[in-house]
Design a protein around this ligand. Structure first.
Ligand SMILES: Cc1ncc(COP(=O)(O)O)c(C=O)c1O
Length: 329
């Protein structure tokens, strides 16, 4: 990846002549089946550009209550686009972050002068706070179709879309064919240092390019970074299966530690994330950090562990041993 970055021909993307960014944008648009794509610094900017390009102040977005756009984007839908969000619950018996098509019609506002305008549906796949959840294809398709029937623009927060595709053994297009816009991150499991892309219809991407400049995301010789993302798309997608196997390995090991409780049974670990409950997540993560094992306290009593291309099978075994020792301490 570093060699690819060093070899990348460079230009100025703000002036519109950055060959390595143009190559990445064409590659990601073709891979996901969209007319156009826009390279941006982060997944947050990508989601927010979709919202800003589609919605007006006073509009409402329908999304799962645990969505990244609600919890981790600093209130940007309100701050940057003046939007409200209608939060959907997880139906009984479903994995975290998933909802049913039938929940959408009751979430739509009446069209009169009192109500916000229901404008956009956001699905997240895989779903981060939900537990690295992979949307089943049939439920995903049904939710997208219902969102469109109800007049909503359907946006996919596909920060980890490739993890979802690899987990199901399908092409990413199986998901993206059903949405209007999609954000994908290269800087997570795909292992590039920086960047995400917003994909969609050409006209919408032209509009998003203008807002990217407004939000301060216009970058100049960004081909250096885009080359890493192109490399990641070419070389790091199929190997996500290794991360998923490592996550299961971690979950099986953690399941043997009696004082902690896994969010899902080890063999049901959906992708590259393992969530477990302990009495004090922050204190445990501090103890793990001292031993060189990094996990995140996602909630006061819930820890998130993520596997990725820098984590090997023997790292997993060491992590299990370190957690076992830390929970005893
Ligand atoms: C589902 C999801 N969407 C968007 C983002 C935002 O990405 P970034 O950190 O690049 O802004 C993340 C980051 O973890 C995420 O998990």
């Amino acid at each position: 990846m570093r060699d690819a970055m060093m070899r990348a021909p460079l230009g100025d993307d703000v002036l519109g002549d950055e060959p390595s960014v143009a190559e990445l944008e064409a590659k990601v648009a073709a891979t996901l089946g969209f007319e156009a794509a826009l390279y941006v610094p982060s997944g947050t900017m990508s989601n927010q550009l979709a919202i800003r390009s589609v919605c007006e102040p006073g509009d409402e977005i329908v999304a799962h209550k645990d969505s990244h756009i609600i919890h981790y984007e600093t209130g940007a839908p309100a701050a940057l686009s003046g939007c409200m969000i209608w939060p959907l619950e997880t139906p009984a018996g479903s994995a975290g972050g998933i909802f049913d098509a039938a929940q959408l019609a009751p979430a739509i506002r009446h069209r009169d002068i009192h109500a916000p305008r229901s404008r956009m549906l956001v699905l997240e796949n895989t779903h981060n706070r939900g537990g690295g959840t992979v949307w089943p294809l049939d439920r995903f398709r049904a939710a997208c179709a219902e969102g469109k029937r109800l007049g909503l623009h359907v946006h996919l927060d596909g920060a980890r879309l490739m993890n979802a595709a690899v987990a199901l053994g399908v092409a990413a297009k199986e998901f993206t064919a059903h949405v209007d816009t999609c954000s994908i991150c290269f800087s997570k499991g795909l292992g590039a240092p920086v960047g995400s892309a917003l994909c969609g219809p050409r006209e919408l991407i032209v509009r998003a390019r203008r807002f990217r400049k407004m939000f301060g995301g216009g970058m100049r010789q960004s081909g250096l970074l885009a080359a890493a993302c192109s490399y990641a798309l070419d070389h790091h997608v199929a190997r996500l299966a290794d991360d998923h196997a490592n996550a299961k390995r971690l979950a099986r090991g953690l399941a043997g530690i009696s004082s902690l409780q896994l969010q899902v049974a080890p063999d049901a670990t959906p992708s590259n994330m393992v969530f477990f409950y302990v009495p004090n997540a922050a204190a445990l993560c501090e103890r793990l950090k001292e031993k060189g094992v990094l996990m995140i306290p996602m909630d006061p009593t819930r820890v998130r562990a993520v596997t990725h291309l820098d984590v090997t099978g023997s790292d997993i075994d060491r992590a299990i041993a370190v957690v076992a020792e830390a929970v005893r301490a």
